[in-house]
Design a protein around this ligand. Sequence first.
Ligand code: ADP
Ligand code: ZN
Length: 228
Amino acid sequence: MRPINLVLLGPPGSGKGTQAELLRDELRFQHYSTGEVFRDHIKRKTTVGLEVEEYVISGRLVPDEVVLEVVNAFLAEHAGKPVVFDGFPRTIPQAEGLDQVLGGHDQNVDCAVLIDLSDEEVVKRLTSRRQCRKCRKIYNLYFMPPEVAGKCDECGGELYQRDDDKEETIRDRLGVYHSQTEPLVEFYQDKSVLERIPGEIGRDRVFTDLKQLIGTLSPDPDQEQPGI
Ligand code: ADP
Ligand code: ZN
């Protein structure tokens, strides 16, 4: 497959992380989630971790320079592979920064997919989200409950509610999304790489639509017309 750089846009809780995991498992994309990267730094108490901790806990955006620093480090190693960016870029400067870094590797954002969801649905979904402490798998008490309450199906780890999934924090994150991240929809629309999928159709149908989209981006090389 030709190396595709895919950006997933959408409010918190729209299922970006879930779709990115499916793309990783089924289509061998590198899944790059800045949120996961930051949580990992915080857990390991690295310099970056200490720098970003209060932002992540309160649901505010980490400063663009810090975000671009970790993305740079990632792309230095992985540019040229199919990558799905989940939770990044979150601001116009981050999107411009991404274009710049990718450009340095002769790459660009091939497609930005907006998984759209209403604020009401976001709040309902996120207050019922739980994550495994050990393997990080994400559950939802409504849509994807674990077999045994409070326990991870995969590894038996304890399920917990992330601090940034409490209702008040979710309202704050939605405010941040609308003011800082939503402008990216127009940014990518102007570059003619924006696609939209309604989040309400559910995980499986969103994934079907996504795969179809990716198929149109990466035609089977055997079927390509030879150049004249
Ligand atoms: P979500 O549940 O919305 O997908 P993430 O796991 O992506 O949340 O991110 C959790 C937190 O990490 C954010 O609320 C923010 O503080 C920080 N963060 C993650 N990615 C970025 C980014 N690209 N720019 C700024 N802050 C970020
Ligand atoms: Zn687990």
